[in-house]
Design a protein around this ligand. Structure first.
Ligand SMILES: Cc1cc2nc3c(=O)[nH]c(=O)nc-3n(C[C@H](O)[C@H](O)[C@H](O)COP(=O)(O)OP(=O)(O)OC[C@H]3O[C@@H](n4cnc5c(N)ncnc54)[C@H](O)[C@@H]3O)c2cc1C
Length: 408
């Protein structure tokens, strides 16, 4: 089921995505995420562009099959939209992906190991106090606790999961701070040029950069990418994204607070605040803000982080009678729109039929260029496991296994 259908169905059921009850969660079906075997005689070199979830998962699979590869990452750190603040409080804070939106057995599927989550314990996430802010009033909506639960990491984070399970096998192959600026695939070998003017050669290149980077043409392709692919790339909406975490002296807020109509607000998943320390075994009081698209733009367009935190505290003060400013201790802001190699949250909607758009983007070019990433998963789009799923399917396809365009 696509995320859109997933959201639509949950809307019909009157329940939002982060508020989807385990009992009603659609059965997790993604056969392509089952770690693929690769019957291949391929002996060439693969360059992977981007060391986010998709790029790292692709490297992990190639490494298992002893295929020569290198990952070029533009940023000074790997992880992409998986990122943690280790020292902000007494538990790691997920600055990007945080929830495990499907059953945690997906962690074993990603790693192809039965005990993948052993080092990073997961927990059922079932907030008990739920409120809405609507027409200037806070209203309790605690009945939602009977409908909803999903999963999170108990003390660790998505970043820890990758660091413990995937990174040890591929870290020697990741080159950081190497933005790819040009890819020339005219000749037999693909030439990959980085910002420091170095050129590397590969037989195949897997591009896992966020769709926004392709839209902004941050990488110059020679020859230019085929027109249908460029058109399809332009049809993905990836809006702004921000997370703010604030530590307070006391907890004056509910486990989750939605804005406006509870179902609409949560289903559209544009903005909510929540107790980020919920069930983490922490003695600290940490509130999180999650906002994407225009709800995020309301903060990101303010410019400075100081303006953003002041605006957020003022908003909380209005809701909670001044308790935010009075109890403020510390904060951290992750403005995804300001990350130079990400520039937004994630693929949110498609201007046309999602399947057609995804297939057009995922279509390999001349057997040399391949594409993967969260936007290209039909079953788990905009999620970490979707990025991995798309990477595994694309690597299979790259190495000759029979996988249909865009299908996973
Ligand atoms: C605020 C927020 C909250 C989220 N919450 C959740 C959640 O709770 N659960 C969930 O499952 N998912 C969540 N997601 C989505 C999840 O984080 C993404 O779907 C996933 O991490 C994307 O992985 P990716 O590999 O496709 O892309 P990315 O992680 O963006 O990786 C792409 C990499 O390419 C690099 N790159 C870009 N340009 C270049 C270049 N020119 N040369 C070399 N490298 C380049 C980037 O630096 C980046 O490291 C959230 C995302 C955001 C932003």
């Amino acid at each position: 089921m696509t995320r859109k259908e997933f959201l639509e169905k949950s809307l019909i059921m009157g329940i939002g995505l982060p508020f989807l009850p385990a009992a009603l969660t659609p059965p997790y079906r993604s056969p392509r995420l089952v770690f693929p075997g690769l019957p291949t005689g391929f002996t060439g070199k693969v360059i992977i562009v981007g060391a986010g979830a998709a790029g790292m998962a692709a490297g992990y699979l190639l490494n298992r099959h002893k295929i020569d590869f290198e990952i070029l990452e533009a940023a000074a750190v790997y992880g992409g939209r998986i990122k943690k603040a280790a020292a902000f409080t007494d538990f790691p804070v997920d600055l990007g992906a945080e929830w495990i939106h499907v059953h945690p057995r997906v962690l074993s599927e990603i790693t192809n190991r039965p005990n993948a989550a052993a080092g990073v314990e997961t927990m059922e996430y079932n907030p008990q106090t739920i409120m809405t802010w609507k027409k200037g009033k806070l209203r309790p909506r605690n009945y939602i606790r009977y409908l909803y639960s999903e999963w999170k990491f108990k003390r660790g984070s998505w970043f820890d999961f990758f660091e413990q399970n995937i990174v040890p096998e591929i870290s020697g192959r990741i080159t950081l701070s190497r933005p790819v600026t040009e890819i020339n695939y005219e000749g037999e070998k693909v030439l990959v040029k980085t910002a420091d003017q170095e050129t590397r050669r590969a037989d195949k290149v897997l591009i896992t950069v966020p769709v926004r980077m392709l839209q902004k043409e941050q990488i110059r392709f020679t020859p230019a990418l085929p027109e249908p692919k460029r058109e399809a790339i332009g049809k993905v909406l990836m809006g702004d994204g921000i997370k703010i975490f604030v530590e307070f002296r006391e907890k004056f807020y509910p486990d989750i607070l939605a804005f406006g109509n509870v179902f609409k607000s949560l289903t559209e998943e544009n903005k909510f605040v929540y107790d980020a320390a919920f069930n983490k075994g922490s003695g600290r009081h940490v509130l999180g803000l999650f906002a994407i698209n225009e709800k995020a733009s309301a903060y990101t367009r303010l410019g400075t982080e100081e303006q953003m935190i002041q605006a957020f505290l003022a908003e909380l003060d209005t809701l909670f009678g001044g308790k935010a400013s009075a109890n403020y201790v510390n904060h951290i802001i992750q403005n995804w729109s300001a990350e130079p190699y990400i520039q937004g949250a994630y693929s949110y909607s498609f201007d046309g039929r999602q399947k057609d758009i995804v297939q057009a983007i995922a279509e390999p070019v001349m057997g040399k260029l391949y594409f993967a990433g969260e936007a290209l998963s039909l079953d788990n789009q905009a999620m970490v496991q979707g990025a991995c799923q798309s990477a595994y399917a694309t690597v299979e396809r790259m190495l000759g296994a029979r996988v249909q365009a865009g299908r996973e």
